[in-house]
Design a protein around this ligand. Structure first.
Ligand code: AMP
Length: 404
């Protein structure tokens, strides 16, 4: 099935072709008819499945020509909002539709001006959007397509009250598209309030970690965590590594120490200015930085093609975060590796992850690393040098980094 057969407008198809997409992804195939048919939708899908185009292409087709502000897309983070805005603009390049992004961390002036000049689609984060609604710059009275994206992350970030206040300002006569990788009870309540007879599409829900990712745990004493990270980086032939830290302070500290060890490092977390965040992400994407240290929230959903390795410096507290984090690698069928450093205190969190993904994750040791003893080594199944099923051994890697 090609994009031509799915009811998209010619101008939108030209935009898609310019992006080099050849055929629709599974979620696109299933979402297009629902959205074009005017129905509400719950999509349980993650980024990486082609989710953005799944809603953007039929929305642009429905909007047709420039008019009033008829579509609002809510995103949990600035980075995601910017990414979705860019995708919309790319797909709309052969139309006269106007798309803009509204998020915090930057001035109000440009946003006010763009709203004044006239927009068809607004992609926004909740806080700044409420500011504009409060000051009357923007009205949602003509909005008849509402997209709530990454709703589970909005919940995690405490945005649901803001989201509710925003939805109250959108006319009830509308089409609502709702995307969330998971549907905890709080979110199910919201779906009942915002959606009418929704179609449910579950695609690419990777309860288990992406199949293309080989993942492994590296037990280590707490005092040796950073040294083991260095050893892993040094012995792994990586193109680009995304390192997750549980806290912002931790991320800064890891980055500082990696710099001392001569790595080129970017840092991404919510205490950094918008300018710093954009610079970090752009630098990481372009290869200026070979390593990026990030907190979960900042890195959620970010599309960085070609992340070859994800390293969890801390074990994620929520099992879903493990799946999200390692979903950054192994995108679009590239094989990636996900390493998780584990200390004895984190064993319960590891067990929760293993229950969630329904498999035991191999424990590996790095060859020739001067380990101090930790009780974790009494656990069964630790493979010295790494012979765990599904994980390549560190002997298998060529030594030294591939520098770009
Ligand atoms: P998303 O799930 O929206 O984050 O998209 C993940 C990546 O897939 C993005 O880099 C998109 O540009 C890309 N993509 C989306 N749809 C297609 C398609 N039909 N063919 C090839 N790539 C696509």
């Amino acid at each position: 099935m090609s994009f031509r057969d799915l009811g998209l407008s010619d101008d939108v198809i030209r935009g898609v072709q310019a992006m080099g997409y050849v055929e629709p992804t599974p979620i696109q195939l299933r979402a297009f008819p629902v959205i074009l048919g005017g129905k509400d939708l719950i999509g349980s899908a993650q980024t990486g499945t082609g989710k953005t185009a799944a809603f953007a292409l039929p929305i642009l087709t429905k909007l047709g020509r420039h008019g009033a502000c008829r579509c609002l897309v809510l995103e949990p983070t600035r980075e995601l909002a910017a990414q979705v805005d860019t995708a919309f603009r790319d797909y709309a390049r052969y139309t006269d539709l106007r798309i803009s992004v509204i998020h915090g961390g930057v001035g109000y002036g440009k946003q006010r001006q763009e709203v004044k000049d006239g927009l068809d689609v607004v992609v926004a984060t909740p806080g700044r959007l409420l500011d504009h609604l409060g000051e009357g710059t923007l009205s949602l009275k003509q909005t008849n397509i509402l997209v709530l994206d990454e709703v589970d992350r909005m919940l995690d970030m405490g945005f649901l009250p803001d989201v509710r206040r925003i939805i109250e300002q959108v006319p009830k006569e509308r089409q609502t598209l709702f995307f969330s990788a998971t549907l905890p009870p709080e979110i199910e309540g919201l779906t009942k309030w915002v959606l009418r007879n929704p179609e449910i599409i579950e695609i690419g829900v990777r309860r288990s970690a992406a199949e293309t990712v080989t993942h492994a745990l590296y037990p280590v004493a707490r005092d040796q965590k950073f040294d083991l990270l260095l050893a892993l980086l040094e012995r792994t032939n990586f193109d680009s590594a995304l390192i997750f830290s549980r806290t912002k302070h931790g991320a800064d500290k890891i980055a500082g120490r990696l710099k001392v060890a001569q790595h080129s490092v970017a840092v991404l977390h919510s205490n950094r200015t918008q300018r710093e965040r954009v610079e970090a992400l752009e630098g990481f994407k372009s290869g200026k930085y070979e390593v990026m240290v990030a907190t979960d929230i900042a890195a959620r959903g970010i599309d960085v093609a070609g992340v070859s390795h994800v390293i969890n410096y801390d074990v994620p507290q929520h099992p879903e975060d493990y799946v999200h984090r390692i979903g950054r690698t192994g995108r679009a069928q590239n094989v990636g590796d996900a390493f998780t450093l584990v200390t004895a205190e984190e064993l319960d969190a590891v067990r929760a992850i293993e229950r969630f993904v329904g498999q035991k994750i191999p424990r590996l040791k790095v060859d020739n690393f001067n380990y101090v003893y930790t009780a974790l080594f009494n656990e069964e199944g630790i493979a010295p040098g790494g012979v765990g099923k599904g994980a390549r051994t560190h002997r298998g890697y060529s030594f030294g980094r591939r520098r770009r």
